[in-house]
Write a protein that binds this ligand. Structure first.
Ligand SMILES: Nc1ncnc2c1ncn2[C@@H]1O[C@H](COP(=O)(O)OP(=O)(O)O)[C@@H](O)[C@H]1O
Ligand SMILES: [Mg+2]
Length: 266
């Protein structure tokens, strides 16, 4: 069953058609890759789905059978569609635990400040949430750092925390925009392994934008390829990496076919 169904999605910025009539469907419980050269429209695509930008007329976005076209970002998030950002937006002065609690906030009945005014029911709920968040921190390997300020984490740990905060919302679907940006290839591999574990534990459907092609090829069931805002290819990794349209568009004419295949495989 498709969890996300996109029909004829378009977005222009003035004269620039950043997304051009893209249709795409993502099956529940899969990892879907989105690749394409710089400026091909990947981040814009995410911004359209999550309500950061309004799509052009004629576009349709359905999530979990709800029409989310033109809906505000908070409505879309409340439907269970979460994302991470290329820039992490963590609260550096708050502890690691507090950062994931912020992600959970929409689900608690009383809100973060409630403990200040609270009765025993609020205290009980607060305890449950905390236990759940500690479990999440264990999954992402940050439980032992729960009490330190987020600013003291390493770059890789901060990426994991941003991921944890998005998952704390208990989303059905997670959009990851270059989750491994700035990490070494080995760390990106580790990050993707963690993402796969989280997917199983929390029953997630994932769309991931990642520029290290090898990572996309080894983790995604289906890959869609954008070029100049258009979807130029789609299929399983084997299909996509051998599609002449991808090889031509993706890395351009600067590399020989064999070199491009190498970049996708190794
Ligand atoms: N807010 C904006 N205003 C004007 N142009 C934009 C805006 N956001 C993105 N673009 C343009 O849309 C195109 C696609 O950008 P983007 O989605 O960021 O590509 P990618 O994430 O694939 O690198 C680029 O040409 C970019 O300059
Ligand atoms: Mg981008």
């Amino acid at each position: 069953m498709a969890l996300l169904e996109i029909l004829n999605l378009s977005k222009s910025f003035g004269g620039l058609q950043a997304i051009n009539n893209v249709s795409l469907s993502v099956k529940e419980n899969t990892v879907h890759g989105l690749i394409g050269p710089n400026g091909s429209g990947k981040s814009t695509f995410f911004n359209l789905i999550t309500g950061v930008y309004q799509p052009d007329k004629g576009s349709l976005i359905e999530f979990n059978k709800v029409d989310i076209t033109d809906k505000p970002a908070h409505f879309i998030a409340a439907q269970g569609l979460a994302r991470t950002f290329q820039l992490l937006r963590l609260y550096g002065e708050l502890s690691v635990l507090e950062n994931v609690m912020v992600g959970y906030h929409p689900h608690t009945k009383y809100g973060l400040l409630a403990p200040l005014f609270m009765g025993s029911e609020v205290r009980r709920q607060d305890k449950l949430v905390k236990a759940e968040m500690i479990e999440l921190l264990e999954f992402i390997g940050l439980a032992e750092h729960a009490e330190i300020p987020a600013a003291e984490l390493s770059g890789g740990q901060r990426r994991l925390l941003a991921l944890g905060r998005a998952i704390a919302m208990r989303p059905k679907m997670l959009l990851l925009d270059e989750p491994g940006a700035g990490l070494s290839p080995v760390n990106v591999d580790n990050l993707m392994a963690t993402i796969m574990t989280l997917k199983e534990r929390y029953n997630l459907t994932i769309i991931v934008v990642e520029h290290i092609l090898k990572v996309v090829m080894s983790t995604c069931e289906t890959i869609s390829v954008l070029d100049h805002g258009q979807k130029i290819s789609e299929g399983n990794p084997d299909f996509v990496k051998n599609d002449p349209a991808v090889i031509e568009a993706y890395l351009g004419k600067e590399m020989a076919d064999d070199d491009i295949r190498l970049a996708m495989n190794s």
